[in-house]
Design a protein around this ligand. Structure first.
Ligand code: ZN
Length: 175
């Protein structure tokens, strides 16, 4: 039975480590199942293994419109293993991000508008895929977690940090 994992919070050392690549795909299947139910329990759109105290190169993207991200597109929860970014677009965008490891705040984070990536699926198949806009943002956010980087490290200025309460007010105003 999969279990809901505790999420490491900012300040815990595991969030600052370089995660190691997965060698045996069979050895991470139950971790992936745990991450899938942990992310659905917390209304997240992405979660990386270091956030559940496993310093290995796996993350999940599970994008759908939710109270945390009302404008998110729908994407089936997908496990991304040993990812490599092959290409970044010239264009960048700034938009709001949150993080399950950094509760209560949002940051206005610059990211590449599109990325092309190579990764292993949970069946061990090599996949190449281009992610754009919101999904590219989630991909880069989670990829950063595998390198010990949080969205705070990507901010241009600390003035781009707001509380979640103010973030929800902004969302209502933008409708
Ligand atoms: Zn995060």
């Amino acid at each position: 039975m999969p279990i809901i994992r505790q999420v490491a919070q900012l300040g815990h050392k595991i969030l600052r480590l370089e995660a190691i690549p997965v060698k045996e795909i069979t050895s991470v299947q139950s971790l992936i199942d745990d991450m899938l139910i942990t992310i659905s329990d917390s209304n997240g759109v992405g979660i990386a293994a270091p956030q559940v105290y496993e310093s290995i190169q796996i993350f999940i993207i599970a994008s759908y419109p939710s109270p945390r991200y009302p404008d998110a597109p729908k994407m089936e929860p997908t496990a991304i293993i040993n990812p490599e970014i092959l290409w970044f677009s010239d264009e960048q965008d700034k938009d709001w991000e949150g993080c399950l490891s950094i509760p209560g705040i949002r940051g206005f984070v610059p990211r590449y508008q599109s990325v092309r990536a190579k990764y292993l699926t949970r069946d061990g198949k090599i996949q190449e895929q281009t992610f754009s806009d919101f999904l590219a943002r989630v991909f880069q956010h989670e990829y950063d977690h595998l390198n010990g980087i949080s969205f705070l490290d990507r901010l241009e200025t600390t003035k781009d940090i707001i509380t979640e309460k103010e973030f929800y007010k902004l969302m209502v105003e933008n409708v």
